[in-house]
Design a protein around this ligand. Structure first.
Ligand SMILES: Nc1ncnc2c1ncn2[C@@H]1O[C@H](COP(=O)(O)OP(=O)(O)OP(=O)(O)O)[C@@H](O)[C@H]1O
Length: 255
């Protein structure tokens, strides 16, 4: 359902230096699966999500979502089908608006509206139901500004908002990296529930190999824009990933 064909992306660092991040990069992602993307700093994880979401433009190649070539589509247009949750909540939610106002905004993604007309009683009841089903007490904080919520509550809200319009593709960009271990575990559990319930195809970038393995069907490791591991998550151990990674680094420095 997501197909990336011969993707190329370089950045002009200065007049004489070009950094090639992806050179003829190919990837196929099956519908209703969760794929974890791991790899060292600078290997291209965020750039890949930026290219898929339209935040960065590809130099060449194709990105095809559900049979439609979206390579040249504007980010706003893609956003009606592709949702993203960032590590930094201020990129996903409006911190100075209330929980309810944020939900109303997410509900109107891709449409023209005025905020004060949005939150009618009927809608409010629906939003409260959605929050209740998440089961972390957010329904008691609907009129609270998001900046006063805990990190875990904020990321949970970001996630609910990202999934509200049933996206075809969900991009999780280290969305629990800034949380403490307990909040991170809670958000990851809730993420899995939401993805499974709504059957959302998901790409999850993570630096935590254990979480990546536990919460995905397939694990991909990138190194310098190349795939060096591509395995079902059930068929690979954390230690094996470290070994392959170390071996790859060694080869790179020897050659
Ligand atoms: N806008 C940009 N201009 C120049 N170079 C960039 C730009 N965006 C990314 N890069 C470079 O591209 C490479 C890949 O970056 P990217 O952020 O995708 O890596 P990453 O795997 O997400 O790393 P991290 O784990 O540190 O977040 C890095 O060398 C980075 O410095």
């Amino acid at each position: 359902m997501l197909e990336i064909k011969k993707l190329q992306k370089s950045f002009n660092l200065d007049r004489d230096n070009i950094l090639v991040v992806f050179d003829e990069f190919n990837l196929k992602i099956k519908a209703n699966t969760t794929t974890a993307i791991i790899g060292p700093n600078g290997c291209g994880k965020t750039t890949l999500l930026n290219l898929i979401s339209g935040n960065e433009k590809a130099d060449n190649g194709n990105i095809i979502l559900n049979g439609i070539d979206i390579t040249n589509e504007a980010e706003e247009k893609r956003a009606t089908r592709i949702s993203r949750v960032h590590q930094d909540p201020s990129k996903s939610v409006s911190l100075n608006l209330t929980v309810l106002e944020n939900l109303a905004l997410a509900d109107k993604k891709g449409e023209n509206f005025t905020l004060n007309k949005l939150i009618r009683k009927q809608k409010k009841d629906r939003y409260i139901e959605i929050l209740k089903s998440f089961n972390i007490g957010l329904e008691n904080k609907i009129n609270e500004k998001v900046k006063f919520l805990s990190g875990g509550q904020r990321q949970s809200l970001s996630l609910i908002m990202a999934c509200m319009k049933n996206p075809k593709l969900l991009l999780l960009d280290e969305h629990t990296a800034a949380l403490d271990p307990k909040a991170s575990a809670l958000v990851l559990e809730k993420t899995r529930d939401l993805i499974q319930k709504n059957k959302i195809t998901t790409l999850m970038v993570s630096h935590n190999i254990r979480d990546a393995l536990r919460y995905s069907d397939r694990i991909i490791m990138l190194d310098s824009g190349r795939i060096i591991i591509d395995r079902p998550s059930l068929n690979i151990k954390e230690s094996e990933i470290f070994d392959i990674y170390k071996e790859n680094l060694k080869e790179r420095f020897v050659s």
